[in-house]
Design a protein around this ligand. Structure first.
Ligand SMILES: [Zn+2]
Length: 352
């Protein structure tokens, strides 16, 4: 079966039905025909789009039932400054969660189109070989006041958490302290070790093979559970800009849940110790960064990026946990619209 023909795996065993559209083909210009999401009862909707291995694509058009265009650029994606809704670039497949708010009301129905981009440069490309795309969607009837998100810890031997169940529990507790204001609670469903994970991983926005490889030895992931990978040192290695820099955490897929490297990656130790060996993270700071990364996984962008791009939310600013530098003083707290987004993710189960 061609990848583009396989319906996306329903990520939830919930009662809400997953709707699927007939597979479509990217035309010679690299665009799909318009795909309509009919009106539904609910507050948000999750879209799964799946194409074929080696294919990258972006949501290049989003037009609501009143004819207003929220996304209308071939070069759309996370850094699209002209787009009012920010979405990630998909590699082979992706999950796009579209909550209402800021004037956008998905429940009235809308139309989307996807466009092919080059996986290395993320620039629009024409189609070769007519790759296919399958779209499915899952409306969420109502947003819970509180939600629960299951996690799995994947611990490498380079991590300070290896063989330390007490420390893992303490991290989970502090993570829940960070998330409480957003109405979110995380649970630890499983812990597995990654005996063969590399001590150093270099990656870049479009070069995620090293990160994907970290999970190679892991047991299959349980459904709708976020993998937190406690790796060795993680280096962001931008080939066009400066030497590699150590990161405090990295989430390749904003709105995670599909596609390669769909997990949260944390360095197992502090690798930025100047001139010395890696040292342990203070758990408070570690939990704070992990909460920020989970924010990305569930669909949040930085409230303000280092280049000044904002998250297009009306109630966030510099003083927010989704600050591009969560370690900064004052980079704390979640806003109501961020909470709405977090709880819209289909992997978040309502807490009665
Ligand atoms: Zn971030």
């Amino acid at each position: 079966m061609r990848g583009g023909d396989a319906p996306p795996r329903a990520p939830l065993d919930g009662a809400e039905p997953l709707h699927t559209a007939e597979p479509v083909t990217f035309d010679a210009d690299g665009l799909t025909p318009p795909l309509s999401i009919p009106p539904f009862t609910g507050e948000s909707v999750a879209l799964w789009a799946r194409s074929e291995p080696g294919t990258c694509f972006a949501l290049t058009s989003l037009v609501d039932a009143r004819g207003r265009a929220w996304v209308d650029q071939r070069s759309a994606g996370p850094s699209c400054t002209g787009c009012e809704v920010r979405t990630s670039i998909a590699q082979e497949e992706a999950l796009f969660v579209l909550p209402g708010g800021e004037g956008f009301t998905p429940r009235e129905g809308f139309t989307v189109r996807f466009g092919l981009v080059a996986c290395e440069t993320l620039t629009p490309v024409k189609a070769s070989g007519a790759p296919r795309l399958q779209l499915a969607w899952l409306p969420r009837a109502s947003l819970p006041e509180r939600g629960r998100l299951p996690l799995r810890f994947l611990v490498s031997r380079h991590s300070m958490l290896l063989g330390q169940p007490e420390r893992q529990r303490e991290l989970l507790e502090r993570l829940n302290d960070e998330l409480a204001e957003a109405g979110l609670e995380v649970t630890l469903e499983a812990v597995a070790e990654l005996p063969d994970a590399a001590g150093e991983t270099r990656f870049w926005t479009t070069e995620l093979a090293g990160l994907s490889a970290l999970r190679d030895g892991a047991p299959p992931a349980p459904d709708a559970t976020v993998d937190i990978v406690f790796a060795g040192c993680l280096w962001y290695d931008d080939p066009f800009f400066g030497p590699p820099v150590p990161v405090d955490g990295f989430t390749p897929r904003v709105g995670g849940g599909a596609g390669p490297a769909s997990a949260v990656f944390m360095p197992g130790l502090r690798c930025d110790a100047f001139g010395g060996a890696p040292v342990q993270w203070p758990l408070d700071a570690y939990a704070h960064v992990l909460a920020h990364e989970l924010g990305h996984f569930l669909g949040l962008y930085h409230s303000v990026e280092t280049d000044g791009t904002t998250d297009r939310l009306g109630d966030t600013g510099e003083q927010n946990i989704m600050n591009a530098n969560p370690g900064r003083a004052g980079a704390r707290g979640w806003s109501p619209s961020q909470k709405r987004r977090l709880l819209s993710h289909p992997w978040v189960r309502p807490v009665p």
